[in-house]
Design a protein around this ligand. Structure first.
Ligand code: F6P
Length: 540
């Protein structure tokens, strides 16, 4: 596969044709444009009409997906084929949402028994029956993990605050920076705190260091090794290492190598989510994911939400040279969603070789960034509206608030729509000059200011809307982006499920740590790194 396989002549011609007009003009030409270029699944509606797209271009884009056999490859994933070809692994996070219904009975039984244990624990927390070693009710849960063992659970626990089934406090400790654990522990009472050590591999430096610190603190406070059984749980594929750490067998929750770290919040890595929202809502969360799975597998590409978002992403990266993609959540509940999605998307599709090992000669995964509106309007939207970069945007907003106050939700919603409209419509110099002349400004001043006030427009965006954020909606939203990323990886012919790039830094940090600790080692550092090692030593 080469650049030409993606940048087909047909698509290039569509781009030239479409960009000859303004996006807003496409609405004037077609009163049905919103209906034609929006699609829904369960509680989610995707409006993608504010893009440089029309029927012919969309069909040509779906051809890309057909040419890469996206449908067959999707089925291969759901079936459990070894699609992660560098680690020889299946990719089956979807089986966690349907209880392994299509897998062998043994695997399905493991999935379901683990889920039942999670739900039982969540039920105990909900009813106040989860007790610490002195018989007091657990009131604080500390999740220790990093990357996929932190970002997803932290995001979902925060996003679903309205649905928490008890008054339990949830803290997330991820960073090797000692400030993180040092600030968390003083907030905890050892008699009423439950620590969940989440690590797929149970070898991750950050997590092991923070888990050791938590364990040392706990033993120092309680002086009772036996008490650990009531206060420490672990989730891992490496149950032997977790047991060696001192977690009793009954407190170990398994996961499997066919669940990628960044796709693992549906597994026991999501235990904190189940504990936060309770068994019933956790099942609704899984149901939301499952509804998106069915939509993704069954809906023709032309109306398939993840496929359309994937194609638009490819369209923007490979035809419009978009270097990045902004995610603007007009829902305070989703304030951690952009950070979560950064790992999901960028660790998955930040690749430059194809499945075969050959280099790609086209752009892959976008640089994802974002935040919560309306705050972002007062921060970086200026660059979106008048900067030199072409940044497609995904807007996300609910029709209702989980926490209504007066008519604030209406203002939130209208601001979201106003931003996508402003990005698309822009404001012409001519209309600005006319307005300023009418206000009595001189011709020269009006012309000068119009140059600065002019907003070019024609910036594309998608808008995802839902009635109100619920566990079900969040499940749908996460699965939507998971499948969008998967569909893009297939079109780009890259493996979305490995992450070799993060390994080198881990290896080098071990060598540097030894030198910081005073070991001599080989004098093989570059001058910069050696100078910075010396600075550290001089400043202890
Ligand atoms: O950063 C690399 C990574 O391997 C992620 O893919 C993963 O989510 C994270 O580290 C944590 O890994 P683990 O769950 O094994 O501790």
């Amino acid at each position: 596969m080469s650049r030409n396989t993606i940048q087909t002549d047909s698509l290039k011609a569509h781009k030239t044709r479409l960009t000859d007009t303004a996006i807003a003009a496409l609405f004037q030409a077609d009163p049905e444009r919103f209906q034609r270029f929006s699609t829904s699944c369960g509680e989610l509606l995707l409006d993608y009409s504010k893009n440089y797209i029309d029927e012919q271009a969309l069909v040509a884009l779906t051809d890309l997906a057909q040419a890469q056999s996206l449908r067959d490859k999707t089925e291969a994933m759901f079936r459990g084929d070894i699609i992660n070809n560098t680690e020889q692994r299946a990719v089956l996070h979807t089986a966690l949402r349907n209880g392994g219904a299509e897998l062998d009975p043994e695997t399905a039984a493991l999935i379901n028994s683990t889920r039942q244990r999670m739900l039982a624990l969540a039920g105990d927390l909900e009813t106040g029956n989860l007790k610490g070693y002195t018989g007091k009710t657990i009131d604080t849960v500390v999740n220790i993990g990093v990357g996929g063992s932190d970002l997803g659970p932290a995001m979902a626990v925060d996003a679903l605050a309205k649905y928490h089934s008890s008054k339990t406090r949830f803290l997330f400790v991820s960073n090797i920076d000692p400030v993180h654990i040092s600030r968390a522990l003083p907030q905890c009472n050892p008699e009423t705190t439950l620590f969940i050590i989440c690590s797929k591999t149970f070898t991750t430096l950050e997590t092991l260091a923070n888990a050791q610190a938590a364990r040392a603190w706990f033993l120092q406070q309680t002086g009772d090794e036996q008490a650990i059984a009531k206060h420490f749980l672990a989730v891992s594929t490496n149950l032997a290492a977790a047991a060696d750490f001192g977690i009793p067998e009954s407190n170990l929750f398994p996961m499997w190598d066919w669940v990628g770290g960044r796709y693992s919040l549906w597994s026991a890595i999501g235990l904190s989510i189940a504990l936060a929202i309770g068994p019933e809502q956790f099942e609704a969360f899984l149901e939301g994911g499952k509804a998106m799975d069915e939509h993704f597998r069954q809906t023709p590409f032309r109306h398939n939400m993840p496929v359309i978002m994937a194609l638009l992403g490819v369209w923007h990266s490979d035809f419009f040279n978009a270097q990045s993609q902004a995610l603007l959540c007009y829902d305070q509940n989703l304030s951690l969603f952009p950070a979560y999605l950064q790992q999901l998307d960028m660790e998955s599709n930040g690749k430059s070789v194809r499945f075969s090992g050959d280099s790609v000669d086209y752009a892959t995964g976008a640089i994802l960034w974002g935040g919560v509106g309306t705050n972002t309007q007062h921060s970086f939207h200026q660059l979106l509206h008048q900067g030199t970069h072409f940044v497609p945007v995904d807007f996300i907003v609910g029709a209702q608030s989980t926490d209504p106050v007066a008519d604030q939700q209406m203002s939130l919603y209208s601001n979201c729509l106003a931003q996508s409209q402003a990005l698309m419509q822009g404001r012409s110099e001519a209309s600005l000059i006319e307005e300023m002349l009418a206000q009595g400004k001189s011709k020269e001043e009006a012309a000068f200011l119009a140059r600065h006030r002019h907003v070019p427009g024609n910036k594309p965006s998608n808008t995802l809307v839902y009635p109100v954020l619920t566990p079900y909606v969040l499940g749908q939203l996460i699965a939507l982006y998971e499948h969008k990323i998967f569909a893009q990886s297939i079109i780009w012919d890259i493996n979305a499920f490995d992450q070799w790039g993060v390994e080198l830094g881990k290896q080098l940090s071990k060598k540097i740590t030894a030198k910081l600790a005073g070991e001599q080692g080989a004098a093989d550092e570059d001058g910069s790194t050696q100078g910075l090692i010396d600075f550290f030593k001089q400043n202890q």
